[in-house]
Design a protein around this ligand. Sequence first.
Ligand code: JD8
Length: 240
Amino acid sequence: MRIDVVTLFPELLEGPLRTSIIGRAVDAGIVEFGVSDLREHGLGRHRSVDDYPYGGGAGMVMRPEPLFAAVEPLRKAGATVVLMDPAGERLTDSLARELSAFPHLALVCGRYEGIDERVRTLVDREVSIGDYVLTGGELPALVLIDAVVRLVPGVIQEASHEGDSFASGLLEYPQYTRPETFREQAVPPILLSGHHGEVDRWRRREALRRTLARRPDLLDSAPLTDADLVILDELRDADG
Ligand code: JD8
């Protein structure tokens, strides 16, 4: 998979894309990144990329010409072009899975008060990472890359996506490692018992308990078995 990022701040992307699991996917040749500096397509002696908004108002708007100059060659190369934008479709695990199947993505990052509206004709999708205001599209692009790249075959142990909380539709069960007792808090004895069947049942119950307590909305769409429904009734009876 190839992912190009179009940005005024290439340095915001470089460290994260070289680090940890994403960096390893690059070293393994599974994903390839290109970071394109919009300033290189800026206009005039000052390489200008923004201008005042027609109709007035505060702040600056990104001009269309540099964005078209940076993105058109990526489109021609076959990229699916994604604009990071607060008005976009919300990034979910399901959208990340869909995007992980494309061979070539180009992520367009705006800054300032936003982009000239005509740039939307250049993009295939618009994606937002959530309802909070950020200063530009670079951190959203990194979030999207992180969510997508880990799903590309070979990047992480396949078995670990099956346990993904959003794959099961539930929150994660509690996890423990050594030591067995830390500051008077013991690891639940069932996890030390070696009874794998009982461990699995305990984990399912705890995932249901946590989801019921913290994200009951998820239970409406999670695939639940009859045994899960019995457990949920017990949990509701026990704690309200
Ligand atoms: C791109 C400029 C700054 C400042 C409106 C658009 C995504 N979930 C998300 N939150 N914020 C963004 C995002 C913000 C951006 C740009 C994405 C380009 N800004 C804001 C206030 C006024 N602009 C985002 N994806």
